[in-house]
Design a protein around this ligand. Structure first.
Ligand code: B12
Ligand code: SF4
Ligand code: SF4
Length: 408
């Protein structure tokens, strides 16, 4: 929900002059920099232009999947004035969260889980919102204005607005790319009734490059600059409930929360710098966690490990569901494989049905159809249809091959 940080009366806006001179913008930019925002720009609500219509096309095609909250306030996203008729200017800010190491390197270590860069440090929502609220309070006092601040969760099209404010451009992977920070900028927005001079929009600098489109493990881009969220591992591991659709399980590899592939491969990252803000840097425990240890997390353990991180939001069950899939993708020559098989056998009896469902699939990757048939015979049928369907698939393959039923 939007954060309403000031409830100034309309009369205040009416008493203000129509144009604010440039020095005000400079003062706000300096204050934003002092708050730790590395990128800053100003735009107008009308600068969204056709982005609102393109957003509606995305919804009409169903590309938002189960994210009904994205469609719920489509009018507000498509037109900032529909949310707040008095908004005159939009201040966009960016915070650098550049990683210390190449995020793609971890994908080679199949016994370790890969948590996307944005979630390895403190929850950026909290970090950015605190800064933006401080900036807003200062602005409201200094310029007698009304304003609202947003980070991620409100009905705001942050990327098109940041592009219109000149902070960067929306790359072919649809995220905002910056000449100074590459792919690694968190965005925040401040709507105000103050009249500020807008910056020029940033021009597209992707050129003929297609690296992000080509690296995507699930082929989630129907066209350049368009994403089908339903196929994106970030959506599948974070937003989507229930079992991971079968066709994406192998492609998940060891990604257990989000995905950075299309971001990490962008050539503009050559200008990226490591995050200066300690809170946004990776916590040691989240850089390369062992999958077998993560599989053993109960609710309390999960909350302790992911305290104050974005990961905490998805809850233990969805997280361990992801871990189960990654355990199924562990390489056969991994020293952790026996422990992975033991962990998956335990997860077959987990209280959460999606975890059990993914454990069935994952164990089958290691013990094969015959091994699964033996596991099946040794336990009562699972009452949950989604789990029973996974068993039927795993065991059905054994029967259709006339397979033996010994465990491996
Ligand atoms: C919903 C959402 C998601 C969804 C959908 C992502 C998406 N690309 O839309 C999912 C869960 C998949 C997701 C994933 C990620 N997200 Co996200 N997400 C959001 C959120 C809340 C809304 C974005 C949105 O409005 N999407 C709807 C689409 C339609 O908007 P769009 O991408 O701008 O689409 C434009 C064009 O691509 C084009 N277009 C798109 N579809 C179509 C279809 C047709 C037919 C046409 C013609 C045009 C067209 O037109 C649109 C309007 O100009 C924003 C925060 C916010 N409030 O803005 C964060 C945000 C975009 N996410 C962010 C991040 C960091 C990520 C991840 C990197 C996290 C991770 N590592 O796993 C991934 C990146 C995946 C990717 N390649 O996009 C950051 C991005 C920062 C940046 N520098 O851009 C944001 C801004 C949050 C923040 N405050 O920092 N996210
Ligand atoms: S985040 Fe990963 S799965 Fe999603 S579009 Fe980018 S590369 Fe594809
Ligand atoms: S990888 Fe290439 S195409 Fe994709 S956003 Fe970066 S420059 Fe653009």
């Amino acid at each position: 929900m939007p954060t309403w940080i000031s409830e100034a009366a309309d009369s205040r806006a009416a008493s203000r002059t129509d144009r604010t001179p440039d020095p005000v913008r400079q003062e706000i930019a300096a204050r934003a920099a002092a708050e730790g925002f590395e990128a800053f720009g100003v735009t107008r609500p009308e600068a969204l232009g056709a982005a609102g219509d393109r957003f509606r096309s995305f919804l009409a095609l169903g590309r938002h999947g189960e994210m009904e909250w994205l469609a719920a306030k489509a009018d507000w996203r498509a037109a900032p004035r529909a949310m707040w008729p008095r908004v005159r200017s939009i201040v966009m800010v960016g915070a650098n969260y550049g990683p210390a190491e190449d995020p793609l390197a971890r994908l080679q270590h199949s016994a370790q889980g890969v948590i996307s860069v944005y979630a390895q440090g403190d929850d950026y929502h909290d970090v950015l919102k605190k800064r933006l609220k401080r900036l807003g309070r200062w602005m409201a006092g200094r310029f007698d204005c009304d304003l609202k601040v947003f980070v991620d969760t409100a009905a705001v099209l942050e990327k098109p607005l940041a592009a219109a404010a000149g902070i960067g451009w929306q790359g072919k992977h649809t995220n905002l790319v910056s000449r100074s920070f590459g792919s690694w900028l968190f965005l925040g927005a401040l709507y105000t009734d103050l009249d500020l001079p807008p910056d020029a929009a940033h021009r597209d600098a992707c050129g003929s490059c297609r690296r992000c489109l080509e690296i995507c493990p699930t082929d989630a881009f129907p066209a350049p600059y368009q994403l089908d969220a339903r196929a994106c591992l970030s959506y599948l591991t974070i937003e989507q409930d229930g079992p991971i659709p079968r066709r994406y399980r192998r492609a998940m590899g060891n990604r257990i929360y989000g995905c950075d592939d299309c971001l990490a491969v962008c050539p503009w990252n050559r200008f990226a710098q490591q995050a200066a803000e300690a809170a946004l840097q990776a916590r040691t425990a989240l850089r390369a966690p062992r999958l077998t240890e993560l599989a053993a997390l109960d609710d309390a353990g999960f909350r302790a490990l992911f305290r104050k991180t974005a990961v905490k939001r998805i809850g233990r069950d969805r997280f361990v569901r992801n871990v189960a899939v990654a355990l199924g993708n562990m390489r056969a020559d991994s020293a952790d494989r026996p422990a992975a098989i033991a962990a998956l056998r335990r997860l077959l009896d987990d209280a959460a049905a999606p975890v059990r469902a993914m454990a069935v699939w994952a164990l089958a990757q290691h013990v094969g159809p015959a091994g699964m048939a033996a596991e099946h015979e040794a336990r009562p049928p699972d009452p949950e249809p989604m789990v029973a369907a996974e068993w039927a698939d795993a065991v059905g393959r054994a029967r259709s091959r006339g397979g033996a039923t010994s465990t491996c």
